[in-house]
Design a binder for this molecule. Sequence first.
Ligand SMILES: [Mg+2]
Length: 226
Amino acid sequence: MQVTHLFLDADQTLFDFERAERAAFTAICLELSLPHDGQLYQLYSDINARMWALLEQGGITKTALRRERFRLWLEAAGFSADLEALSDGYTRYLGEMAFLFPGAEEFCRAAARKYPLYLATNGIAAVQRGRLARSPLANVFRKVYVSEDLGCEKPSPDFFLRMLADAGAKAENSLMVGDSLRADISGAQGVGMKACWYNPHSVGAGNAKPDYIVHSYEELYRLLEL
Ligand SMILES: [Mg+2]
C-alpha cells in the first residue's frame, strides 16, 4: 500500500467516547447534586442521540444542542437545575475524560514511527484537545485537526481538503482510518483518499465500500506493515 500520510479518527477508534460520556454525565450530576443512575443516563443518552440526528438534518445548531439535550432531560426526569452549569460542566468534564482503548497507545506509537501521523476528529476543539493533552498520545501526532477549528465537519469534503492541504498530503497517497462509515469512510473516499474502516464489533457495512476493513489494532499493524 502506497501511503505517505496517515490520518486517524479519535472517538470510538482510539478513545472510548461512550465511557467518557457516561463518566462526564456522572461527574456533573454529582457536582450539582442531581440524581444519576443507569436509567437516568439512558434517558439522557436517548435524548442526546435524537438531538444529534436533528443536527444532521439541519434542525438545530451545535451550540443549541449542547443546552437543549440537558433541558429536555431535566424536563423528562422532572428535575430542576442551572441549565448553563449542567451543560457547560458536562463539556468541561468530557474534556477531562481520556479513556484510550487497550492497545491504542502502542498502535499510535508504532504508526508514528513509520508514517507522518495525524488526528482527524469532529467535535468541540477544547474538548478534543483537552482529552488528547491528558492522554499518553499528547505528543504522538504531527498535527491534530478538529472540525470546530477547520470550520466544517467530517464527512464534508471541505474538512478533508483543508486537512490535506495543511498537511501537504496528496489525497491518493493518504489513508483515513476510522469507525464511522459516513464520517470517516465515505468522507475520505469523497475526496479521493483511501479509507480503512475500523470495525471492532463486526457490524455490516451496508452500501459502503471501504478500501480496507480491520477488526482490531492487530489487523491494522499488518495492513500498515508496522
Ligand atoms: Mg469515531
